[in-house]
Design a protein around this ligand. Structure first.
Ligand code: AMP
Ligand code: MG
Length: 346
């Protein structure tokens, strides 16, 4: 190599180094974006970690759209409302709704009807949490019960038929469906490293991880104390969902009795089995939500095989201030109040 060639080479090398220094793209830093919104009839709390833009507004829109166009029973144009108003005729629904209905029907079967997506008219009759809440006439309730039962829901691909006057209400799984949709949405965005989404304190999704890799933790409410008073906390890994069903969420009191919104599909009355809340963790939002309702109806003993089938962990809280934990839940549950006691469910 001549001197001139050597000089040329080092100039090129220096040039490459320099351009590398000058034009190396600046690594975006992970930012935290928090937001509070209202969707699916509840308060939505969002904490997002991303190197990209704030996606919380898009997430709010996604939840509202799903409620308005698919799940709502009040929005006349929603797909659920259309099926309910079809008078028993077959209706073709979107692939999304067909998928949700298939899963809810599966859960109804697996829980022997404890989770029942066809309670629509019974739920409206009670109107618990609504303006016309009250104890129905016995005869009225009995005749409406004739028109319920998950076997009255017929699915054939995207075609849905409701027999014998049954009506759909996916209130027990809707927030979980919302959590599933957000998980899918985040999966399409490479900039996002983590998120915790909380719908009304009862349905939670954990995605990815926090920048410091510490655990996602979800506080569990004391069912007999005001909001903000917690009896424990549950740890979640990214990709997990948590759902709590409680007799404190929507209820009215009459003659010292608590008439709450989780109904026993056999009697049409609120479930009075000593439980005050049930928390479930699993890998699906829809199933976590549906299972927490089903497990509340079934009670802790009967619920165990169902939880096992879905690979889910659960905590059952009762009126005697006992918290019964499945083996898997024991690993992730932390008791925060000494007025409660934990026990293992076997
Ligand atoms: P969740 O808070 O998820 O347990 O859902 C309770 C809501 O689901 C109620 O407000 C009703 O709209 C509906 N629901 C009540 N009882 C049942 C049941 N046994 N199966 C399915 N949905 C129910
Ligand atoms: Mg539920």
């Amino acid at each position: 190599m001549t001197k001139k060639q050597k000089f040329g080479m080092s100039t090129v090398l220096a040039g490459m180094l320099l351009t590398g220094l000058v034009f190396r793209p600046v690594q975006a830093k992970t930012q935290k974006y928090t937001n509070t919104d209202f969707a699916m009839n509840t308060v939505v709390s969002e904490t997002l970690y991303t190197k990209g833009k704030d996606l919380n507004p898009s997430i709010g829109k996604l939840l509202k759209k799903t409620e308005d166009e698919i799940l709502s029973w009040t929005e006349e144009d929603s797909q659920i409302a259309q099926v309910n108003h079809a008078g028993g005729e077959t209706v073709e629904v979107s692939a999304e709704l067909a998928d949700y209905l298939k899963k809810t029907q599966q859960l109804a079967e697996d829980s022997q009807g404890a989770f029942d997506p066809t309670l629509g008219r019974v739920i409206r009759l009670w109107d618990i949490g609504g303006e016309n809440a009250g104890i129905p006439q016995t005869g009225e309730l009995e005749s409406l019960l004739e028109e319920t039962g998950y076997e009255k829901l017929e699915l054939d691909g995207n075609k849905v038929t409701l027999k014998d006057g049954a009506t759909l209400d996916l209130g027990a799984a809707g927030k979980g469906i919302g959590c599933d949709l957000v998980m899918d949405f985040l999966g399409q965005n490479k900039d996002v490293s983590g998120m915790i989404l909380n719908l009304g304190g009862s349905s939670v999704m954990a995605y990815g991880e926090k920048p410091d890799q510490s655990d996602w933790r979800v506080a569990i409410r004391d069912p007999r104390e005001p909001e903000g008073d917690y009896l424990g906390a549950v740890t979640l890994k990214g990709g997990e969902f948590l759902s709590t069903s409680g007799d404190y969420e929507r209820y009215f009191m009459e003659d010292g009795k608590r008439y709450h919104h989780i109904l026993d599909p056999e009697t049409g009355y609120p479930v009075w089995n000593g439980l005050t809340s049930v928390t479930v963790v699993c890998g699906s939002g829809l199933f976590a939500d549906g299972l927490s309702t089903a497990c509340f109806v079934l009670g802790k003993e009967k619920a165990l095989p169902l939880l096992e089938k879905y690979g889910a962990d659960a905590a059952f809280v009762d009126e005697d201030h006992k918290v019964y934990l499945t083996e898997g839940m024991k690993e992730r549950f932390e008791l925060m109040k000494n007025t409660y006691e934990t026990d293992i469910l076997k």
